[in-house]
Design a binder for this molecule. Structure first.
Ligand SMILES: [Mg+2]
Length: 387
């Protein structure tokens, strides 16, 4: 079995654009940690006539770089791992090449997986055979993606596409260890192994220990091809409560059916770029809120310090009260009063400090909490206003 994409899970045609509904997605993410999975061709780069020239547009690499240093970010593609790295050239990204048959992590998380090493000699033989078989068909070409062969016919005259299909089919009849997938203007020969992009995504989550904290993560998968359906399905099955699948498809695109297992659509890599920018902003918002919370915590800690200073004053005053005969009673009483206030304020301040830490990611709530402490401890107003 090459794919689960044709399984019985009902498909539909999503009408919700992920940018139009970003506020809802943002709400669903909440404080969960996004884990980003991205197809390459047609998702991060435009589909082009020459596969070797499928470069990302300006800005995409920059946002990917920021994304990958912010969240776990993986590119899941039919290209070989080596080839996709040459396109992307980012070291913090996880790469799942050859439809997930080969996975490698960054230096900081050097996970590694090879599913079908033993198929490599067969694929090399198949490549040589098919190159000869299609050599007379103008525009037909074979791309060696290490654990998959991509037979491209985008540049083949329509009346000759059937000849390409016939050559591929004839070869597959003699090679039952391989199976066929049909992508965008490409026939793909893959090892007949129960493994696909969905398997790769789940493997990465497992390898990183993220499957053990399903409630804490929010997997997102963006892809344009039929092979991405395997990942949409796998994530929905394994993470039914969290996550979002996004089909990248231009309305009216005849190379890709509109029916999908994804919940949202984006129209093209340009919209993907904007979507990824907004995802980075989510973390920036968290950081800003965390900064506000940290400042609030510092302010709250300063309140505690102030209170301690008051307590020190009380300790100084108490012996002096005993030493002043006529005023001893009233001064001692004042000291006792201060002591009582100090205790009350200490309790409030500690409460604020704890709340501030608890609400590190919610600056608005922290600010509200700190304002409460303003009322009970006006001497710290300057610090609180700074928050
Ligand atoms: Mg694609």
């Amino acid at each position: 079995m090459c794919s689960q994409a044709d399984s019985a899970i009902a498909r539909h045609i999503p009408k919700q654009n992920a940018l139009d509904h970003f506020a809802h997605i943002r709400t669903c993410i909440g404080r969960k940690r996004p884990v980003i999975f991205l197809d390459y061709d047609g998702t991060l780069s435009p589909i082009v006539k020459e596969p070797d020239r499928a470069f990302m547009k300006d800005g995409m690499r920059d946002v990917l770089q920021r994304l990958s240093t912010t969240y776990t970010t993986a590119i899941v593609t039919g290209r070989s791992t080596e080839k996709i790295y040459q396109f992307v050239k980012l070291d913090d990204v996880y790469y799942a090449g050859s439809h997930g048959f080969e996975i490698s992590g960054p230096v900081s998380q050097p996970i590694s997986c090879r599913v079908a090493d033993e198929f490599r000699p067969l694929l090399e033989e198949s490549k040589a055979y098919l190159e000869a078989a299609i050599s007379t068909i103008d525009g037909a070409m074979i791309e060696d993606n290490k654990y998959a062969l991509s037979v491209h016919y985008r540049n083949v005259r329509p009346d000759q596409v059937e000849s390409v299909r016939a050559a591929v089919s004839a070869h597959l009849e003699t090679q039952p260890a391989l199976c066929l997938k049909h992508g965008k203007k490409v026939f793909e020969l893959r090892p007949r192994v129960e493994w696909n992009k969905g398997s790769a995504v789940l493997w990465i989550l497992q390898a990183l220990g993220l499957n053990q904290c399903k409630d804490d993560i929010f997997p997102l998968y963006l892809g344009d091809d039929i092979t991405d359906e395997d990942a949409f399905i796998a994530l929905r099955q394994e993470h039914p409560e969290n996550g979002a699948a996004i089909l990248v498809r231009e309305s009216g695109d005849e190379e890709r059916k509109a029916e999908t297992n994804a919940e949202y659509v984006l129209r093209n890599p340009d919209e993907v770029l904007v979507f990824l920018e907004r995802l980075v902003e989510v973390q920036n918002e968290h950081n800003a809120a965390g900064g506000a919370a940290a400042a609030a915590a510092a302010a709250a800690a300063a309140v505690v310090t102030d209170v301690n200073e008051v307590a020190v004053d009380v300790e100084i005053k108490e012996p002096s009260a005993g030493g002043v005969g006529a005023d001893a009673g009233s001064t001692a009483g004042a000291g006792a009063g201060l002591d009582a206030d100090a205790s009350a304020n200490t309790g409030t301040a500690v409460g604020v400090a704890v709340s501030a830490v608890d609400l590190m990611r919610d600056g608005a709530h922290v600010a509200k909490k700190v304002k409460v402490s303003d009322e009970v401890h006006p001497t710290s107003n300057e610090q609180h206003q700074a928050v």
